[in-house]
Design a protein around this ligand. Sequence first.
Ligand SMILES: Nc1nc2c(c(=O)[nH]1)N[C@H]1C(S)=C(S)[C@@H](COP(=O)(O)OP(=O)(O)OC[C@H]3O[C@@H](n4cnc5c(=O)[nH]c(N)nc54)[C@H](O)[C@@H]3O)O[C@H]1N2
Ligand SMILES: Nc1nc2c(c(=O)[nH]1)N[C@H]1C(S)=C(S)[C@@H](COP(=O)(O)OP(=O)(O)OC[C@H]3O[C@@H](n4cnc5c(=O)[nH]c(N)nc54)[C@H](O)[C@@H]3O)O[C@H]1N2
Ligand code: SF4
Ligand SMILES: [Mo]
Length: 719
Amino acid sequence: MKANEPIFCFFCPNHCAMTATFEDGKMVKVVADKKSGLPCDICPDAKGPLAIPEVHSHKERLRYPMKRAGEKGENRWTRISWDEALDIIAEKLLFYRDTFGPESIALILGEPKGMEFAFGQRFGTYLKTPNVITPGNYCGVQTGTADHFTFGTMMVQSDLASEFNCIVIWGANPLNTGGSFRGMRQAVLDAALRRGCKLIMMEPGKNRYCEKAHHWLRLKPGSDGALALGMAKVIIEEGLYEKDYVARHTIGIEELKKEIATFTLDEVAAETWIEPRVVREVARLYATTKPAQILWGNALENSVSALQICRAVTILRALTGNVGAHGGEVIIEPAKFTRPGRFYFDRRFPRPIEKSIGQEFPIAMGSAYVPTQSLVRSILTEDPYPVKMGLAHVTNPLLTYPDSAKTYEAFMKLPFLVVAEIFPTSFTAIADIVLPAAVPGEHDTIGYWPAWFGYVKAYQKVVDPPGDAWPDAKMINELAKRVGLGEHFWANWEESLDFMLEEAKLTFQDLVQKRILWPKHYFLGDREPYFPTPSGKAEIYSRQMSQLGLSPLPYFNEVSASRYKKEDFERYPLYLTNYKEGAYMLSGYRHVKAVKKKKAEAVCYMHPDTAERFGVKNGDMIYIESRKGRIQQRLETSRDMHPQAVMAAFGWWDTKADKNQYNWRGYNINILTDGDPPNDPATGSVQLRGVPCRVYLDEPHPAREARRAGPTSRENKGA
Ligand SMILES: Nc1nc2c(c(=O)[nH]1)N[C@H]1C(S)=C(S)[C@@H](COP(=O)(O)OP(=O)(O)OC[C@H]3O[C@@H](n4cnc5c(=O)[nH]c(N)nc54)[C@H](O)[C@@H]3O)O[C@H]1N2
Ligand SMILES: Nc1nc2c(c(=O)[nH]1)N[C@H]1C(S)=C(S)[C@@H](COP(=O)(O)OP(=O)(O)OC[C@H]3O[C@@H](n4cnc5c(=O)[nH]c(N)nc54)[C@H](O)[C@@H]3O)O[C@H]1N2
Ligand code: SF4
Ligand SMILES: [Mo]
C-alpha cells in the first residue's frame, strides 16, 4: 500500500476522481483529484472527501451474514457463516424454482453501482426468471428511451465550455445531484454563465442556479410536458424553428404542427401555472440563442406519461437544430467494454418475458426490468402467480418504492427475503437473511454506470472490507455455483472484470493504470447517417412507438394527464413534489456523521402565505398528508415557492429509532405516493410529482383520525 492511492468516489453517480491518503494501512484522508483531468465535479457538500473514510471504518457497517432470530420485522438476528448463509439461500432458490417455477424468484436491484447490477441481471437470465426489478420505472429509462425513439440513441451535452450560449436546466439540480451524472460538468456550466450564457430554470422549488437564471419558471409539479409542447407551439407558429435542419434531418414536423394547433397557450397556462407571455419569451430565447442545451433531470421521469413528457422536451432540441451541433446535444459512443447485451443476456437462454410480471409495460420488458410497483402488486395479489422469494442488492424499497405502506405489506408477506446491504436499514429489518456487502475501494471492481455516458472506471481495492463483508457480485457468483449455474459464472468472480474489458483488449490491471476509458462524441457530419433511427433522421413522429401501441407524438392531452382528478385537490389542495438531498445518496448513508452534520432533518419548503393559510410557520415540524397517509417534516418557508406547491425531502428514516424498523413511516415521502394504475403505459413510471396534499401542525381530531382508512394509515403516526 502506497501513502497515496487514486480512487473514485462511490457515494453518488458522479464518481469523482479522488486521491486517498493512508497511514498504517488506514485511510485517513480523501481529496478531490482535480489534477488528473478526470471527471471531478465535486459536490458543494464534499460528500466524497468527508464521508469515504468514515464509510470504510464505520462501526455500524454490517460485518457478518445473519439470519432472522425473532418474528419477521422484529429485527433480531443470529450471526451465521457465509457457508451457512449460502446453503440456506441456495436451498430456498432450488425449492421455489422447482416448486413454483423460476419466475417465483425476484432479483430486486437498486440504483446501479456497477458489477452487482450486471451479476444480478446475469443471474436472472440463467436462473430463467424474467423478474428482475430495478428503479427503471422512475430513473433513466424515460429520458433515455425518449432520446432513443427520437434520435436512435442517447444524447449527451457536448460539454464544450466555449460554445453554448443558452442552457435550460429542466427538473435537475446539477449542484446537488452531480452534473456529470446528466452529462454537464458544473465547472463548464459556471464558466458558461460567467461569460453571459443565458440560463432558463424549469424548477418549482429552488436550487442554487435559480438565482442566476434569466427566466425561472415555477411550474406546476408534473406539468413539464404541457410546458414543452407550449414552447414547441410558439417555436413553430412564430417560425423560429431551424427550417433547413428540420427539413433535412427530421421527420414528423407536419404531424407536430397539427398537434400544436389543437391547444392554446391559455390552456398551457392553466395546466402549468406559467402565463402565455412567459412561455412565449422563454420559447423565443431558447430557440433564437444558438447553440443551446437542455440539461434534463429526474423530475421529468416520474409521472403517468413520463415517456411522452420526455419526448416533448427532447423534440425541442430537434426543432432548434441543436442536436449534433457543437455546443448542443450530441451522440456518444461509449468506451469499449462488454456491453450489457452480452454480459446480462445469452441468446441461448432468452428471458421468458411472456411469464414476466409487469408485462403490460413494453419498454420495461424491452429494457429487462420489472416496475417496482408491479412486484408489490404481484406479491399481494398473487396475480398472475405468487412471487415467493426476493434477492435484494443496493436498494431500500420501503423508502424508495411508491406507497410505502403497501410495499411493506408485500415484503412482510413475501415468504423469503434476502437483503445485501452495507448498513442496517428499514429493509434489512424485515429480511430473513442479511448479507454484509463491501463497497468499492474494499474490493477490485469496475464502474460503468450510468451506462449511457459511456465511461468505464477502475475502482481498485485500497482497504479491507469490514468483518466478513463481500462484494455483491461475489455473493451472486457463489450462489450461482451452489444452484448448478457455475458454468455461466466464474471460479473466482474477479475474473469477470477481465471479461468485462475484453472488447477494450485490456485486463483489469491495465484499466487500473489508465483509471478510465472515455466515450467518443459525434457531431453532425462525423458519420452518415447521423441518427441511427429507422429513417436515419430525427423522428419527431415515431412509427416505432405506434408499432408498440404508444402514441407516435407527444399529445397535449396525454402529457397533461395526471393520476389525480380535480376532485382530489378539493380536500388536498396543494401540489406535492420532492428533491433529492445534496448531503445524501437517495435513502442511503444516513449513519454517516460527516454528512449528517450537513443535513440532520427532513426539510420541506412552502410559501409563507400558504403556511399562514394552513396555520403553520417557519421552523414547525408539520404534517404533510395525502390520501395515502401522513408524514412529518421540518418546514422552511420561502417566498421563492409557488403558493400552491410543497417541496418535500426524499429518503428520510431514523437510524436511531428502535421501533417500527427505524421509523420508515415517520418522514418518508413515499407514504404519500401511490403506485396503483394508471402508470406510464410504456415504462411503468408512477406519479411522484404533483401529488395532492395538505399540511397542518396539530394532531388532527380523533374522530377524523378514526375515519382514516385501513390499519396501516392508523399506525402511521409520524415521528
Ligand atoms: N417519491 C419518490 N420516490 C423515488 C424518487 C423520488 O425522487 N421520489 N427517486 C427514485 C429514483 S431516481 C431512484 S434511482 C430510486 C432509488 O431507489 P434505491 O435503489 O432503492 O435507492 P437507495 O435508497 O439508495 O437504496 C440503496 C441502498 O443500498 C445500500 N448500499 C450502498 N452501497 C451498497 C453496496 O455496495 N452494496 C449493497 N448491497 N448495498 C449498498 C445503501 O445503504 C442503501 O440503503 O428511488 C426512486 N424513488
Ligand atoms: N447527492 C445526491 N446525488 C444524487 C442522488 C441523491 O439522492 N443525492 N440521486 C442520484 C439519482 S438516482 C438520480 S436519478 C439523480 C437525480 O438528480 P436530479 O435529476 O437532479 O433529480 P432530483 O433531485 O430528483 O430533482 C431535480 C430538481 O427537480 C425539481 N423538481 C421537483 N419536481 C419537479 C417537477 O415536477 N418539474 C420540474 N421541472 N422540476 C421539479 C427539484 O426541486 C430539484 O431541484 O441524482 C443522482 N445523484
Ligand atoms: S458524492 Fe460528491 S464527491 Fe462523491 S461522486 Fe458525488 S459529487 Fe463527487
Ligand atoms: Mo435515480
